[in-house]
Design a binder for this molecule. Sequence first.
Ligand code: 13P
Length: 251
Amino acid sequence: MRKTMVAGNWKMNKNLQEGVALAQELTSALKGTTPRCEVVIGTPFIHLATVAQVIKDSPIRLSAENCSDKVSGAYTGEVSAEMVKSTGAEYCILGHSERRAYYHEDNELLKEKVLRALENGLKVIFCIGEVKEEREAGKQNEVVKSQLEGSLFNLSDEQFANITLAYEPVWAIGTGLTATPEQAQEMHAYIRSLLASKYGEQRANDTTILYGGSCNAKNAAELFANPDVDGGLIGGASLKAPDFLTIINAR
Ligand code: 13P
């Protein structure tokens, strides 16, 4: 049975003290419990080392939201995958549409970032998804396929075992416009079929595919009820402990 997961992506929200307070709130609520899904929080780089200490005796796992495509050296302002790993983080979110849109990260660059993360023992939550115009033109499958082929399909089956996918239709992120459960299921099943063609049925069945985009405490259960939706990557609703906990319990 593949792993189910609810992961938070804090994006560029919360200063260090606020982030620690949120991590403490989640830790108190989840300590000693066994959530039905894996629980991950993705925080800004500067929070990682401190939050790692806060959550260390809880079931919560830690993720970065990005890492460099370079190994080390004179790259002012960059943070390497090795540095991320040294904080205690286990995961790295890569390929988020905000990184693609605002920081011009393309498939080729993301391919390098994925390799750096894996080389350093990080697991990757890799985001894919189409923009509104692409969905309106019926091109969503094509877009998602080229994102997978361009950044991940160079990986061996063994490497791919460390990838969690997140289907995040860009038109649904932060807009309140959620994909319908049918749209999510249809795309997740399509993604799984692509994985089956490339890596075989076993890997396709074992790969966790999350939905992201205005997933919240109210609609999570309906989205997660679909057979190919293995959980969620949550933005806004991961910033409030009660909402995030409701979503975790919906999985
Ligand atoms: P929202 O949940 O705020 O729409 O963000 C989704 C997202 O981008 C998670 O990575």
